[in-house]
Design a binder for this molecule. Structure first.
Ligand code: HEC
Ligand code: HEC
Length: 231
């Protein structure tokens, strides 16, 4: 009957090699799940543990899924980050179970510290849909450096290709001589600016000079969506 007993017992992760000093320290703030934690899970985990894929039969886009026991027991152990497998996985302390896996976008030390603090503060996950936290885009901090680096050379103080200048608010909102206004604050659909930088405008001159990486396009999209504030 021993065989039967073994097959009925859940395994558990081998925690004998865990070095707690190697886990990034918990953030020293009172964490807010919707604002601090959910966005990390969404960005770094949902692609493998979300609505479409559930690697290791685990999903972390729903409260039920996140707190359900897997074949190796519970992954989130409220108040005990030092033995919560999810934290040990983020810190690479469980053999072969670094999360996200080596090829995926890793968590920063700060992000691990936030998730750790969340577990230690009781792993509070409010019931019901999560009010998605929208990070406010700051023009000076987030947007201006992107435009400066990618566009000012031809649309700045020295040169205004197509009569378009992007280093001054009034001129930027007015637009150039062919396209007219390309930034419509609050109206992403009518802002052809986004098509130009996403490489989706077939008529723009020198398309390769207008193409921005996906993350920057997304940043500019959110900036326009939030009203294209320009102090
Ligand atoms: C690129 C895909 C990928 C990403 C991204 C990823 N994981 Fe995983 N995860 C896996 C795979 C594959 C397994 C199963 C590994 C195994 O069992 O050997 C797994 C297993 C797990 C498990 C164990 C589930 C169980 O009960 O057996 C947890 C917990 C986990 N991941 C948490 C996370 C967290 C938290 C993130 C985001 C910070 C994350 N993972 C991101 C692929 C991924
Ligand atoms: C190497 C030079 C160069 C760079 C860098 C550049 N552009 Fe341009 N841009 C041009 C040229 C050339 C035109 C076409 C001018 C014309 O039609 O006479 C143009 C046209 C435009 C227009 C249309 C203006 C009109 O005619 O109404 C917009 C909008 C624009 N660019 C936005 C941008 C943005 C946003 C960036 C930064 C991501 C950027 N450009 C970077 C050279 C550049």
């Amino acid at each position: 009957m021993a065989v039967c007993a073994v097959s009925l017992t859940r395994g558990a992760y081998d925690l004998s090699h865990v070095d707690v000093t190697k886990i990034p320290a918990a953030a020293k703030i009172k964490v807010d799940f919707a604002k601090d934690i959910y966005p990390i899970f969404k960005e770094k985990c949902f692609s493998c543990h979300g609505p479409e894929k559930q690697k290791g039969s685990y999903r972390i886009d729903t409260k039920d899924g996140a707190f359900k026991a897997g074949d190796n027991g519970f992954n989130i152990i409220p108040n005990h980050s030092e033995r919560a497998p999810i934290i040990l996985m983020l810190a690479g302390q469980i053999d072969e179970m670094l999360m996200p896996p080596p090829k995926a976008d890793p968590l920063t030390t700060e992000e691990i510290g936030l998730v750790r603090a969340w577990v230690d503060q009781g792993a509070v996950w409010p019931d019901g849909p999560i009010q998605e936290y929208i990070k406010k885009i700051d023009f000076v901090r987030d947007v201006q450096p992107v435009l400066q680096k990618a566009c000012f050379e031809c649309h700045g103080a020295e040169k205004q290709a197509g009569g378009f200048r992007l280093d001054q608010k009034a001129a930027a909102l007015k637009g150039g001589q062919t396209y007219g206004a390309v930034i419509k604050p609050g109206d992403v659909a009518k802002s052809s600016f986004l098509l130009i930088v996403a490489g989706k405008d077939e008529d723009i001159a020198q398309p390769e000079k207008h193409l921005l990486p996906g993350k920057q396009v997304e940043l500019l999209r959110r900036w326009i969506e939030q009203g294209a504030e320009w102090p």
